[in-house]
Structures are given as structure tokens and as C-alpha cells.
Design a protein. Structure first.
Length: 185
């Protein structure tokens, strides 16, 4: 019973960190990264589809993303989706390949992006703390019902807190790496 709560809390925290990493990967830095396109959805015959399901995405140069659609007639759909996205990038195509040139970021834009990363980092920390609160609440409920002892409760709370501290430390490390990446000229 105690191990189930610990295991569930750990799984939820790890899932929260995966979402945080995916969220940060979509933030544009000064260099090309195929993960920028993960959030872009193409309206493909009425259903939202990711670009990676419609094309091969490569990074041939540090500031260039190349998109080669599997079907040549999808090139306009992909270009339109990129233009409508929040990436603020203008695609150019030659009829076979879409090229996205990643412009260097201005200093002001770098600071805006680092503030955005810090805000998302705090949201991830809150998510982890909410998971901790839920797990400790479950432990206390079990103790009230007499399913676990007071010692088990204390031990469980300590374990959940250690887990929380480790996951928040990991989030902070991910944040630092992303901010360094953004601020790099």
C-alpha cells in the first residue's frame, strides 16, 4: 500500500518532467532544432496532424531546418501551418523542400524567452508540489483509517519529500541548461 503510493507519485512526477521538457523544447533558441515543429499541427484532411507524420525534418545547418514532405502536394499545407503558428518564421519552398531559416535572436528577445522559461519552470515545480500534496494526503487518509501506522506515515512523508526535492532539482537543472542555450549568441 505504502509502496503503491510512492510508485504512483514517482510516475506522476516523471510524467510531469517529460511534459516540462517537451514544453521547453518548443521554445525557439538561436539555433535550428526539429523540436520547434513538435507543437505545429497541420490541418490534414480535417484532422490535426504533426509535421513529422507528413514529412522528414532535418537540420542541415545550424540555422536552417529542412522539411521534405512525403507527398509533394502537402507542401502548401505544411507551409500554411508554419505561417499560422506562433514560431514567427517564414517558410520558403522550391516545390519539393520547405526551408526555415532561424534568424539570430535579439538581446531583448533572449531576455523575454528566458523569463518565459522561468515561468514554465515555476509551473513545473508547482505541478510536482501538487503531486507531493496528493501523495501525502493519501498517506494521511490511510493512517486515519488505520491501514498504516504513524511510523509508516512519517517514513512515507519523508520518502515523498526526498522524491520531490530530487525532481525539483532536476527541473532546475533543465531550466539552467535552457537559459544558457537561449542566452548563447
Amino acid at each position: 500500500m505504502l509502496n503503491d503510493i510512492k510508485k504512483e507519485a514517482k510516475e506522476r512526477m516523471e510524467s510531469s518532467i517529460k511534459v516540462f521538457k517537451a514544453d521547453l523544447a518548443a521554445i525557439r533558441t538561436g539555433r535550428a532544432n526539429p523540436a520547434l515543429l513538435d507543437q505545429v499541427q497541420v490541418d490534414y484532411y480535417g484532422s490535426p496532424t504533426s509535421i513529422t507524420q507528413l514529412a522528414v525534418v532535418t537540420v542541415p545547418e545550424p540555422r536552417l531546418i529542412s522539411i521534405r514532405p512525403f507527398a509533394a502536394n502537402d507542401i502548401n499545407l505544411i507551409s500554411k501551418a508554419i505561417m499560422q503558428s506562433e514560431l514567427a518564421l517564414t517558410p520558403s519552398n522550391d516545390g519539393k523542400i520547405i526551408r526555415l531559416i532561424i534568424p539570430p535572436l535579439t538581446e531583448e528577445r533572449r531576455h523575454d524567452l528566458s523569463r518565459q522559461v522561468k515561468r514554465r519552470t515555476e509551473e513545473a515545480r508547482v505541478s510536482i508540489r501538487n503531486i507531493r500534496r496528493d501523495a501525502i494526503g493519501d498517506l494521511r487518509d490511510f493512517e486515519k483509517e488505520g491501514m498504516i501506522t504513524e511510523d509508516d506515515l512519517r517514513q512515507g512523508e519523508e520518502h515523498i519529500q526526498e522524491l520531490t526535492d530530487a525532481e525539483i532539482k532536476q527541473i532546475d537543472q533543465i531550466c539552467e541548461v535552457k537559459i544558457v542555450e537561449i542566452m548563447e549568441v
